[in-house]
Design a binder for this molecule. Structure first.
Ligand SMILES: [Zn+2]
Length: 470
């Protein structure tokens, strides 16, 4: 046994289980269960979901003030719920502003608060969201990562690389410095090299490439846009991975576009598996080698509900099935998908999420009311030379600001071409102001938001759109 596989064996059999027992997280138990349930039939999985849902709803009604009040208002008695169809017909949803404004009311009365893990995310509106998860949710979330790595024939503890953002990289005080050091130790123990996506410039990317070649990771995990940037650099510089190429690349947190996937596969020379999650729920779906986006149906119940009046655009609404202390029930994710289907060549009974194509905030609203996918701007801007980074901000229905970080190849003639392209598609009333900052700030979670539509945000937060259909 080589030194690296010996460490991996010790890590996954002794070190990590001991750590998880210490923090009261039974991720190995959950993982073992998942290895069975994913082969159940869709009907058996439905039955499991209903049982778990009934339990979550009963506890929410008894102990969680926000839901008790909501259920009373709509006359819903959880003990009478007999089917998932009945659940889907309930006339309520919750969304990010509900959790922001009533954080305390989402916590079960009498629960031991020391058991809760608190999270803070940047939120799509730039307003921080504070929320808690319980030990059952944390265990399921960790088991999901184990499951994904296992699907690709690997185990936790194998050498891997992460491209991620972390507030720990922002040093303001001595405590920050201490935290950064403890995090570095944790990465070493996890057998991980951590590359922050706060500073992906050519110089750093060259260093990362050297480190990967030396470290030879089993897998690389990262946010889609960072993996793409890094891979594009490798391809442009003819530095595609060689000895350091991993067995799989896991893309997380952001929409992964086809052209990004292709570029990542070229640069890192490994298959890319997409995963889908929102920070409030952790991973909701992930791809095994079969290529289907399988839902984590033991942990989350997903529905698709109309976002636009015409019912053409469907939003993913998720309910946690493990969380009884701080449950999120019928939570509007703001993400869009086409359909949920059953039946896969791999034989797993888990449902498949199809047509996942971007967050709601990745859309702009055209003056005629259409939701136009942000990919439109990619097609418009990607062919103009010298643009290193961009952000499109829709201030009003017809007023846009386009922020461009440019290099020496850039020419102001691009402005005319971009404006003409936008007007041809969105109408002559469109007005654009071009700005040239030195950098475009990332969100708190280290993500780059390339489309910010204040109009789409207002549409999504409009209470009229939160009613259940029919
Ligand atoms: Zn499959």
């Amino acid at each position: 046994m080589s030194r690296r596989s010996f460490y991996s064996y010790c890590f996954s059999h002794f070190l990590y289980p001991a750590f998880n027992r210490l923090i009261g997280r039974d991720m190995y138990g959950v993982f073992t269960e998942r290895k069975q349930t994913e082969w159940w039939s869709p009907e058996e999985i439905r039955a499991l979901q209903l049982r778990k849902l009934q339990r979550v709803l009963a506890v929410a009604n008894e102990r969680v003030p926000f839901y008790r009040r909501t259920f009373q208002k709509i006359g819903f008695h959880p003990q009478e719920l007999k089917s998932l169809d009945e659940f889907r017909a309930l006339p309520f949803f919750i969304s990010k502003p509900d959790v922001q404004q009533h954080t305390e009311e989402f916590i079960a009365e009498g629960c031991n608060r020391k058991q809760l893990t608190w999270h803070r995310t940047g939120g799509s509106t730039g307003v921080p969201l504070l929320f808690a998860t319980d030990p059952a949710t944390n265990a399921a979330s960790a088991a999901t990562l184990m499951r994904l790595v296992d699907w690709w024939g690997m185990a936790l503890g194998e050498p891997h690389v992460m491209f991620w953002g972390s507030p720990r990289f922002i040093i303001r005080t001595r405590l920050d410095r201490f935290r950064k050091r403890t995090l570095a130790i944790r990465h070493r123990l996890m057998n991980r090299r951590f590359f922050t996506n706060y500073n992906l410039n050519p110089q750093n990317m060259r260093v990362y490439r050297q480190m990967i070649e030396k470290f030879q990771p089993s897998y690389i995990r990262g946010m889609a846009s960072s993996l793409f940037l890094f891979s594009r650099f490798l391809v442009a510089e003819r530095l595609e991975l060689d000895r350091g190429r991993p067995r799989a690349v896991f893309s997380s947190c952001e929409q992964l576009y086809d052209w990004e996937k292709e570029m990542i596969e070229r640069g890192l020379r490994a298959p890319v598996a997409n995963t889908y999650g929102v920070s409030e729920h952790s991973e909701i779906a992930a791809c095994p080698p079969c290529g289907s986006m399988h839902l984590m149906e033991e942990d989350v119940y997903c529905e698709l509900v109309p976002l636009s009046e015409d019912g053409q655009t469907l939003e993913i609404v998720a309910t946690q099935l493990n969380n009884t202390l701080t449950p999120l029930i019928r939570y509007r994710t703001g993400d869009i998908a086409d359909r949920i289907t059953q039946g896969c060549s791999c034989g797993r009974g888990l449902g498949i999420l199809e047509g996942l194509r971007g967050r709601a905030h990745d859309f702009i609203v055209a003056p005629d009311g259409r939701f136009v996918h942000g990919q439109f701007f990619t097609h418009l801007l990607v062919f103009e030379s010298g643009i290193q980074k961009y952000q499109v901000i829709q201030e009003e229905l017809t007023r846009f600001r386009i922020l461009l970080v440019t290099g020496p190849d850039y020419s102001r003639e691009s402005e005319t071409r971009v404006l003409t392209g936008m007007q041809s598609y969105l109408g002559d009333s469109i007005k654009v102001q071009f700005e040239y900052p030195d950098l475009i700030p990332l969100t708190g979670a280290g993500k780059h938001r390339w489309i910010v539509s204040k109009v789409a945000q207002r549409a999504a937060e409009n209470p009229a759109s939160k009613q259940a259909p029919g």
